[in-house]
Design a protein around this ligand. Structure first.
Ligand code: PLP
Length: 311
């Protein structure tokens, strides 16, 4: 099955992405009761697959869900989605949904649900227009605040995204590429699909609270170590961004992308920063070298067959 749009997996079957359906009374739909993760594939390799699976496991545990398959089965299903779609560059989504209530369709006891696992692979995409990786992106800090951790734990990768979507409209209304949301306290948090970084006086800073701890963010900490740049978390205000020497975002969907404009003001001289570009290039160079790479090909065989061949 060669599909250009993607391939999905549900209930033991693979299908073209366009044919994949979800149960409309699954609380995933009625209550955003679903957690997920998104893993990039470049040149036939998953990036930091084990880190993503660890985060997915933690997300499931937080919402008290158990995917009805083992982690080896998940690795295998992910690999199959990519292979069947014929992609060498992709983003693979893995989801655990609550599954419909045993006693009724609209309201019920979440303990009675049989959780469901869904996966799909789509072509690799960039969180802002692809060319911004070279030219720099324009972010917009608007009115909409990121939902506080005390209500929705943002370290859990979730689809409760009314805030992010509303903020996207605000950003697009102002001609920006994407929004950057503040916390209720007025600190920088993140945007839809990315974490934010600033560089000031040869040091890198990224917010530490009320956000998803991105796997690419983790990679950026490593890359900063490799180039001898100190990197730490900090509570950052919009003025820290305005006064920064450089800024960039990190995401599975695009790696490291320089930020050159916030609302109506350029950052520094309005050109992508040298260190941001160094980190961007190094991210892709390291990936090409096989850094934290898991070949999709390694997981194409069914887990039972893998186990048997290992004996
Ligand atoms: N923040 C949010 C809200 C996200 O959805 C994402 C990724 O989709 C990120 C940050 C970046 O995380 P990662 O680097 O794991 O892609």
């Amino acid at each position: 099955m060669a599909e250009s749009k993607g391939v999905a997996y549900r209930k033991g079957e693979y299908m073209a992405l366009d044919e994949a359906r979800i149960d409309i009374v699954d609380p995933a739909v009625t209550k955003s009761d679903v957690v997920f993760d998104a893993i990039s594939v470049w040149d036939g390799n998953f990036f930091r697959l084990e880190d993503h699976l660890e985060r997915f496991r933690a997300s499931c545990e937080y919402v008290r869900m158990t995917p009805p398959c083992s982690e080896d089965e998940i690795r295998h299903i992910m690999a199959q989605c990519v292979e069947r779609a014929g992609f060498s560059e992709a983003v693979v989504f893995i989801l655990c949904t609550r599954g419909r209530y045993a006693g009724g369709v609209a309201f019920g006891d979440p303990r009675t649900c049989e959780n469901e696992f869904i996966a799909y692979a789509v072509p690799y995409y960039w969180v802002v227009p692809k060319e911004r990786a070279q030219t720099g992106t324009h972010l917009w800090i608007g009115e909409t605040r990121r939902a506080p951790d005390a209500a929705i734990n943002q370290r859990v990768k979730n689809f409760n995204r009314m805030d992010l979507t509303r903020a996207q409209f605000e950003a697009f209304d102002h001609g920006a590429d994407a929004p950057l949301l503040l916390s209720m306290d007025g600190y920088l948090t993140e945007g839809p699909g990315f974490n934010i970084w600033i560089i000031k006086d040869r040091k890198a800073f990224t917010p530490g609270e009320n956000l998803l701890e991105g796997i690419t963010r983790r990679a950026v900490f490593d890359l900063c170590g490799e180039i001898g740049l100190s990197a730490e978390t900090a509570n950052l205000k919009p003025e820290d961004l305005h006064r920064a020497d450089e800024a960039f975002i990190s995401s599975s969907a695009g790696g490291v992308i320089p930020v050159t404009r916030i609302n109506d003001r350029p950052i520094a001289n309005g050109a992508p920063g040298l260190t941001s570009c160094q980190l961007r290039d190094r991210y892709w160079e390291r990936r090409a070298e096989g850094w934290y790479a898991t070949p999709v090909a390694d997981w194409l065989a069914a887990p039972q067959a893998q186990a048997a061949s290992a004996e």
